[in-house]
Structures are given as structure tokens and as C-alpha cells.
Design a protein around this ligand. Structure first.
Ligand SMILES: *[C@@H]1O[C@H](CO)[C@@H](O)[C@H](O)[C@H]1NC(C)=O
Ligand SMILES: *[C@@H]1O[C@H](CO)[C@@H](O)[C@H](O)[C@H]1NC(C)=O
Length: 202
């Protein structure tokens, strides 16, 4: 599935000194933020309390409707701390837009074709997850473990990967905005091959 390229990529100047300065400033700010505020604390402050619904984790197998793809919802899918390890059939193709996924485990799961727009996945584990053809725009993957995840033909525009482990992640035909690409490329955990495929310049 190909979606439109982000608008912000059209007015980017690859090597403008201002942009480079901004990037340096951003990295410094990011480091400062990490060292001064515990990310967990900051996250808890803006997240709703954990849902008390008995089968809240199973709701992922139903997903939410396409109308919620922009993260407009009354009640979010609350998948925090749920364990979907090696879930090979029930997540594929589901809409998990704006789901709360922090600290959940998806290791080895088949999440191909999922729609996860605006999901909050801080600290979640997605080791070796198949994200082929998935729509993962505007997701916060901060501190997540995505070692060996496969992003084949997936959309990653607007998603953030601060302190995300991306060793051996596979990026093939990934759609990503230029600004996001620059941010992603600064992540040293991406392999040489992954950087080549993404088109990292530095
Ligand atoms: C990942 O999912 C895609 C799309 O469903 C499928 O074609 C592919 O075989 C899967 N890859 C692996 C390694 O399971
Ligand atoms: C990439 O990962 C490193 C080390 O985990 C982290 O310090 C950095 O913030 C990440 N970069 C981006 C742009 O997410």
C-alpha cells in the first residue's frame, strides 16, 4: 500500500547548514530530556489509567474500525502489558489505530498489514515482528525493542524511534518522510545494510 509522501519532505534541503544545526540541537535536546526526566514518568502523566476491562488484550483480535484511523476515539484499545508473543494469525491485518501498547510483548508475531496509526508503543517489544505492508504512521516507538523486525513495504511516516533498538531490522520499500528518515538514520543501531536500503547519507 502506497500512501502520499509527507509534505514536509518537499521543502527539505538535504545539506542545508540550518537543517544540520537543527538536527544537532534536536539531538542535544533529546539527550537533555532523557537525562532530566524519566521517560516512564512523563508517559504516565499523560496516559489514561490502565483499563479494567477483563478481556482488554483480546480486543486486539477484533481491532477498531477504520474510522478511528486518525486516533479519534472514545475509548482506546488498551493493550498495555499484554503478551502477544508468537501470535501468528489473530493480529494480522487488524486495525489497532491509536492503541495504547506500552510495555506489551509482540515478539515473533505476524503483524503484517496491521494499521497502527498514532499508536503509543513506548517500551513495547516487537522482536522479529513481521510488519510487511503495515501502516505504522505517527507511532511512538520510543524505547521499544524492534530487533530483527521486518518493515517491508510499510509506512513509517511521522513515527518516532527515540532510543529504539533496531539491530537487524529490515527496511525494504519503506515509505517514510524525509525528516523522519534523517532522524532514523542517526540511530546507530541500524545495520550498514539497513542504512543502505533506507538511503542514509551519513
Ligand atoms: C510477512 O508477511 C508477508 C505479508 O503477509 C508475507 O508475504 C511474508 O511471507 C511474511 N514473512 C515472514 C518471514 O513470515
Ligand atoms: C537512536 O538510538 C540511540 C541509542 O539507543 C538513541 O540515543 C537515539 O536517540 C536514537 N535516535 C533517534 C533519532 O531516535
Amino acid at each position: 500500500m502506497k500512501l502520499g509522501i509527507e509534505k514536509e519532505s518537499t521543502n527539505s534541503h538535504p545539506n542545508s547548514p540550518l537543517k544540520q544545526l537543527k538536527n544537532v540541537a534536536c539531538s542535544l535536546l533529546a539527550v537533555w530530556a532523557v537525562t532530566t526526566v524519566s521517560p516512564a514518568l512523563a508517559a504516565n502523566q499523560r496516559l489514561p489509567p490502565l483499563s479494567t476491562e477483563p478481556n482488554r488484550c483480546e480486543r486486539a483480535f477484533v481491532g477498531n474500525t477504520i474510522g478511528q484511523a486518525n486516533g479519534v476515539y472514545d475509548k482506546p484499545l488498551d493493550l498495555r502489558f499484554c503478551d502477544f508473543t508468537n501470535e501468528k494469525s489473530n493480529l494480522k491485518g487488524k486495525s489497532l489505530a491509536a492503541a495504547l501498547m506500552s510495555d506489551a510483548k509482540f515478539d515473533g508475531a505476524d503483524m503484517s498489514e496491521v494499521i497502527m496509526s498514532k499508536a503509543y508503543a513506548v517500551g513495547a517489544s516487537f522482536k522479529g515482528v513481521n510488519f510487511s505492508n503495515a501502516v505504522l504512521d505517527r507511532v511512538n516507538f520510543g524505547n521499544a525493542n524492534m530487533q530483527g523486525a521486518v518493515f517491508r513495504n510499510s509506512v513509517l511516516s511521522g513515527s518516532t524511534f527515540v532510543d529504539t533498538q533496531l539491530d537487524n531490522a529490515v527496511f525494504d520499500d519503506t515509505i517514510i518522510g524525509y525528516i523522519d528518515l534523517q532522524k532514523l538514520c542517526t540511530n546507530k543501531t541500524i545495520t550498514e545494510e539497513g542504512r543502505d536500503v533506507l538511503g542514509c547519507r551519513f
